[in-house]
Write a protein that binds this ligand. Structure first.
Ligand code: BG6
Length: 509
């Protein structure tokens, strides 16, 4: 079977069964495999979205073998009542290869295991490699896979590689990594994952905008005052201190997750839902973001770091007291930016982005704030000024969409109240127990790259924040920590909007 034509991929429609394949997971004993990949494979199997001819080979340095990895695999299945037939089906197609990713011998062993496993499960030669490893190993693994013939496609056998974030550390390293990978693989074999694109509500952005006739005509600078994109977290850095010390909130969330939300919100309608048509538009709008000058960084970018504080009434330590974090760390755990997009649709409409750890509530939301009514028709009657019309796309938790508008408060006086129309995913469709990775794994198995980042998109994300990274590293901050855990971040972030006569919105109750 030939690889499907990505330009014909369909995003909306009936699920298509996955192609038969062997999935090789590098980093099989790691956290991502445990929390996301294994539960997703189970969920896909329950929904009959895996091909009957399917097998998994875990690869890691951990001291495991087929039997102990199967035990591990079963422990990491989703919580709750499981379909034991599905568990048994999965168990009999799980294998393990132990080794060091830098050792060519590992890849010889892996090649042999792949041949044996493919034969045992009658898989025609399709291979999906999942690189759930530290970024330093990506280039090495791909080179070794290639050298061992494990990425070579032939008639009837596709070979694809899924790469996890972080994809590079800055623009230069992302370009170097892209160049390195692309010297070994074709772009249509590379699936750069951003788990935000696996979220139903993120995918819904496209359906909401382009599957309805009523929103697109007002989705522009004539009607929209500004846009806010927030990804607020209540967790601290947990046990990821050593990674976070080399990353920070800006690198961790903005070139990837927030850029995805930004590009899906701001892009032009694609001519089709084919992978390249959608990604061309996403890349285009990212390129239209006005680059920050040094001065812009000073006036339009805010950084923060949490100090000790209280979360749910319990005292929590400041960032500098977290495990594996330097006592004098200048790494930011909060970032806010004001962006503008230089194109006809968005000229003059600010996009405010913010993300942070240890904030007062967990929520990810896109707020489209419309311009107010042009004048107060009822002012002689002593009525309130026009209400803000806001469309709020709640990505998580309590996924849904709401619209605020003004309504007359009942009574003899002409008063106005802000009211809300709300759609809740949970109420309408029921709550789905999914990790978000199901869709992405399945898409890779059917060769649909729409929800994966192309090289130019990754680089555009980094290009957006590079001037901020440069200036922040050249001008070390002096006032950290500058917000208490459990609050809404540094006061400067409020000032960023207050200067424009605006305020941060949310979370919606
Ligand atoms: C990850 C970041 O990519 O996304 C984490 O590295 C962050 O720091 C996480 O917590 C947020 O993802 P979600 O799905 O919980 O919003």
């Amino acid at each position: 079977m030939n690889a499907p034509d990505p330009t014909k991929a369909v995003v909306v429609g009936a699920p298509r069964g996955a192609d038969p394949c062997v999935m090789v997971i590098f980093g099989a004993s790691g956290d991502l495999t445990k929390r996301m990949l294994i539960p997703s494979l189970y969920n896909l199997a329950v929904e009959k979205l895996l091909a009957p001819k399917f097998a998994v080979i875990g690869v890691a340095t951990a001291d495991l073998d087929d039997t102990s990895f199967r035990e591990q695999f079963k422990k990491d299945l989703p919580e709750g009542t499981l379909d034991q037939k599905v568990v048994a089906w999965l168990e009999e197609r799980v294998y393990f290869v132990r080794g060091n990713f830098e050792d060519p011998g590992l890849f010889q062993t892996l090649a042999k295991t792949v041949t044996d496993v493919a034969k045992a499960h009658d898989v025609p030669g399709n291979l999906m490699h999942y690189l759930a490893v530290a970024p330093g190993f990506i280039g090495t693994i791909i080179r070794q896979l290639n050298a061992a013939g494990l990425t070579t496609e032939s008639e009837g056998a596709w070979r694809r590689v899924i790469v996890e974030k972080p994809f590079g550390h800055d623009l230069e390293s992302a370009r170097a990594l892209n160049a390195e990978i692309k010297s070994e693989l074709r772009e249509d074999q590379i699936y750069r994952i951003d788990h935000y694109l696996g979220k139903e509500t993120v995918q819904n952005l496209m359906v909401f905008r382009f599957g309805n006739g009523i929103f697109e005509p007002i989705w522009n600078r004539r009607y929209i005052d500004h846009v806010q994109i927030t990804a607020a977290e209540t967790v601290g850095v947990e046990l990821r201190g050593s990674y976070y010390e080399s990353a920070g909130a800006l690198r961790d969330m903005v070139p990837n997750h927030l850029s995805q939300l930004l590009s899906l919100t701001a892009m032009e309608p694609p001519f089709s839902f084919g992978a390249d048509a959608v990604r061309d538009e996403q890349a285009k709008v990212m390129h239209a973001a006005q680059p920050f000058s040094g001065e812009d960084v000073l006036s339009r970018a805010v950084r923060g770091q949490y100090g000790e504080g209280r979360m749910d009434a319990a005292a929590v330590p400041g960032y500098r007291s977290e495990p594996k974090v330097a006592a004098t760390s200048r790494i930011e755990t909060y970032a806010a930016l004001k962006l503008t997009i230089d194109n006809w649709r968005w000229a003059g409409v600010p996009f405010y982005l913010r993300t942070g750890k240890r904030l007062a509530a967990r929520f990810t939301e896109i707020v489209i704030q419309f311009k107010r009514a042009p004048f107060t028709l009822f002012r002689h009657a002593g009525a309130d000024p026009p209400t803000d019309n806001r469309l709020i796309l709640r990505i998580q938790p309590d996924e849904g969409i709401s619209l605020t508008f003004g309504a007359k408060t009942p009574g003899t006086v002409m008063r106005q109240s802000e009211v809300e129309m709300r759609f809740s995913y949970g109420d309408f469709f029921g709550v789905q127990s999914r990790t978000g990775y199901e869709r992405l794994l399945h898409d890779c198995m059917i060769g649909d790259q729409t929800l994966f980042q192309r090289a130019d998109m990754v680089e555009a994300g980094w290009a957006l924040i590079q001037p901020v990274l440069d200036l922040w590293s050249a001008l070390p901050v002096r006032n950290f920590p500058n917000y208490a855990a459990g609050t809404w971040g540094p006061a400067e972030a409020d000032d960023l909007l207050a200067r424009d006569g605006r305020v941060w919105v949310g979370p919606t109750p």
